[in-house]
Design a protein around this ligand. Structure first.
Ligand SMILES: [Zn+2]
Length: 507
């Protein structure tokens, strides 16, 4: 439909503009600069304010031929790349939610503008994922202010989403009550920890403030980023052309779509977009970073402590887990508590809005994501004795769970493991030995989870039924299955280590 194309075009332009803003975030946050001040973008070398007509996403970079108008300093290809990626990710998300309607449970009546909060929650998440992927690729760091923003935006937006039926099916159960309890307890613990940390940092800053001054100047001058070498500008321009071309392909195919049925021509466009993002991650992630050796050293250095650290984290998690267990038990077993919980979630009963149900739905998703991340991190660290799966990735999972729902976050995590393995193999073929951080794989995994939501739900539902039957009739079969999976994954890691041992050049 034409209206889809018009709306999609608006979303695309919005994505390009948001990408432009993300560049500011990506540049200023790690450098410790304010995002809001100065409001105007400036050239990192000559400090000249950039005029609006030189600040158009993607276009200005091409027109200026990647050079500052004032001082001719090269402009990193990172800027138009982030803009084009954000634009493509926005169009793909809009397409999946509203044109091909791949989200389980809200079809076939998914419509506009009732579902604006859903779209907004997803767009905030996608923007946060682009920002976190960029940071992760450059420095192996994820700024939790970004993921927290996406998570809280998800909670507020689901509270405003007038689809009580969809929300209540998850939110009225005891697991949502358990999630809320864990959310509150871990929130209090985090707040206390951050106060302590702030006091510590304040003390450190006082003693180090003199030396940090010349440092920030050097940082601003050296705005090279990972991809500003002249050779990568050409590769970057090709990538930008691919991202822009795919966006336009998706927009054009929407003209021939009808509600709930993607036009046949759009079917390959979404996987092509995912493939393009995958290729970009492999290429950018494959470039050697200065932090690579540092990080590797840090992991090896901390290896003797890794298991103890995991146990300490487990102890930290005991509080939220206990709170969750108590809340679950009460709502599941005590009729009065159950009635109270359901009453709050369904309130107000006569409306299609469910503010508390929406918030509980998003919090449930965030906690399911965080729990899966913590379980992965602690099990792997305890088994292999090396720190695995960063805390930043857990924050990303929480944000994705709040904005996408518990099923999307689990499916996305599952996909991201496969995508990361494919990326690792692709890196081997390209003979690049640097580690690729997990954040970008998670980001691609979540979009893939939205795309394949329906077929996956059917397949997983069938497996779920089989497992339930097996659990009831032959519980030892289920335990054997879990054991086999653990042994299999250990084998996979050992093989991966062997391969790396033979492929990686000796230092
Ligand atoms: Zn300049």
């Amino acid at each position: 439909m034409i209206s889809d194309t018009l709306m999609g075009s608006f979303i695309w332009l919005l994505g390009l503009a948001v990408g432009s803003f993300l560049n500011v975030v990506l540049y200023r946050l790690p450098a410790g600069l304010s995002v809001g001040k100065p409001a105007r973008s400036f050239c990192p070398r000559c400090k000249a304010a950039i005029r609006w007509y030189d600040n158009l996403p993607v276009l200005s970079w091409l027109l200026l031929r990647a050079r500052c108008r004032n001082c001719q300093a090269p402009i990193s290809v990172q800027y138009p790349l982030v803009e084009a990626v954000t634009g493509l990710a926005f169009v793909t998300t809009y397409h999946l939610l509203f044109v091909s309607q791949t989200r389980v449970g809200i079809d076939p009546s998914v419509n506009w503008p009732t579902d604006a909060p859903l779209l907004l929650a997803w767009l905030v998440l996608v923007a946060a994922l682009v920002a976190c992927s960029g940071m992760d690729l450059v420095s192996y760091m994820v700024d939790t202010r970004i993921t927290d923003f996406a998570m809280y935006a998800g909670i507020v937006l689901y509270a405003c989403w007038p689809r009580a039926c969809f929300l209540q099916s998850t939110a009225a159960g005891p697991s949502a009550a358990a999630a809320l309890a864990a959310f509150v307890v871990s929130g209090v613990l985090l707040l206390r920890a951050s106060r302590k940390q702030l006091a510590l940092e304040g003390a450190e800053k006082d003693s180090a403030s003199d030396e940090s001054e010349p440092d920030s100047g050097a940082l601003a001058g050296d705005n090279s980023g990972p991809a500003s070498k002249p050779t990568s500008a050409g590769v970057g321009a090709i990538a930008i052309a691919v991202f822009v071309g795919l966006s336009i392909w998706l927009l054009v195919t929407m003209i021939n779509g009808s509600a709930g049925h993607a036009p046949p021509a759009a079917e390959p466009a979404v996987p092509a977009a995912l493939l393009a993002l995958f290729a970009a991650t492999v290429i950018i992630g494959g470039q050697r970073r200065d932090v690579d050796a540092e990080l590797h050293e840090a992991i090896e250095e901390e290896a003797p402590e890794a298991r103890r650290l995991a146990l300490r984290e487990l102890r930290w998690l005991a509080g939220p887990m206990l709170a969750a267990a108590v809340a679950y038990g009460l709502v599941a077993n005590v009729a009065a508590v159950n009635e109270l919980w359901r009453g709050a979630i369904l309130w107000p009963a006569s409306s299609s809005f469910a503010p508390l149900g929406g918030a509980a739905y998003a919090i449930h998703g965030a906690m399911v994501g965080a729990a899966a991340g913590w379980a992965l991190r602690i099990v792997f660290t305890l088994v292999f004795g090396r720190e695995a799966f960063g805390v930043g990735d857990i924050y990303i999972l929480a944000a994705a769970g709040a904005a996408g729902g518990w099923d999307i976050v689990l499916l996305g995590l599952l996909f991201s493991v496969g995508i990361a393995m494919a990326g690792w193999l692709a890196g081997l073929l390209l003979k690049s030995t640097s580690m690729i951080p997990f954040g970008p794989w998670l980001a691609i995994g979540f979009v893939a989870a939205l795309w394949l939501n329906k077929p996956s739900a059917i397949v997983l539902g069938r497996y779920g039924d089989d497992i339930r039957v097996a659990w009831e009739m032959q519980p030892k079969l289920v335990f054997m299955g879990i054991g086999l999976m653990l042994v299999g994954s250990m084998f996979a890691v050992v093989i991966a280590r062997l391969v790396r041992h033979f492929v990686e050049p000796k230092p």
